[in-house]
Write a protein that binds this ligand. Sequence first.
Ligand code: NAX
Length: 327
Amino acid sequence: MTRPLTVTVTGAAGQIGYALLFRIASGQMFGHDTPVRLRLLEIPQAVRAAEGTAMELEDCAFPLLADVEVTDDVDVAFEDANVAMLVGARPRGAGMERADLLQANGGIFGPQGAAIAANAASDARVVVVGNPANTNALIAASHAEGVPAERFTALTRLDHNRAVAQLANETDATVGSVSGITIWGNHSATQYPDLSHATVGDRPARELVEESWVRDEFIPRVAKRGAEIIEVRGASSAASAANAAIDHVRDWVLGTPGDAWTSAAVVSDGSYGVPEGLISSFPVTSNGGDWKIVPDLDIDAFSRERIDASVAELVAERDAVRELGLL
Ligand code: NAX
């Protein structure tokens, strides 16, 4: 057995938290040799519910679960954290303007970024799930003095997994035979799910599907899948979001297999015309510790337009939070 890793989950009493914690504690994130210590952060009103979840975690008698702590104190929550999964966020309330939403989330993610810098382990890696995820990650990173910006990421793996599943369905193939999918840009309806480099088995996906299907069904369906789930399930994606967050952290920490890439929102180094410093989704690989943007992919005119549109939304969000003094 290796030494325990400390994982902080914010919004632990929420529905994603409930779908996430048991899987982390059972070893599905770091493998079955690595014990975990869980730190659950909640707002004061939800601490009791999180304590209930902690009781259930105890009742599972997971051999890998070394410790669980529940708190509403950010400094306690991020103490020695190797991985921070920032799930809790302020949802858009009725009549809430965009600036109010950004302001409310700035009030959460700024202090959390600072608390990570002050308390987390020196190798801390952060994934933001709470929306608007890319911009919340940017805010957290900008308050985490001394922590490399590359350690702050936002989740677009759920969009990626949805795209893989849609392409597999359409081509009557298994999900395991699909590779080379990319989500570009923002985790929002402007995201660009791109299958122009994808393969199904050993065949290019573009040879197997109609262009009209890509434009009129695949792209909008993936981008709006969250809304479709809400309509059908009566609640937003939870288990699939938790699953994607686990995929993201596992691939980041343990590495992506072979030469396969996945998608994650990471800090831009200027690649593919995305302004440096924005946290935008790219095709990425990990060597087991650091994400690397897949270089030199050909971007056709259609893809260029879609990437630019989503990046423009990210730029507008960044400018709005800058104006609000949140960066
Ligand atoms: P819930 O409303 O079920 O849970 C959120 C929890 O966060 C609540 O228990 C709340 O008390 C807590 N919380 C709020 N402010 C907090 C703070 N300052 N510190 C600690 N905890 C805090 O939402 P849930 O369905 O779990 O979704 C959580 C977030 O994930 C939302 O922002 C949602 O929009 C976002 N999503 C992101 C996805 C992605 O792919 N990036 C997909 C799924 C999901 O929509």
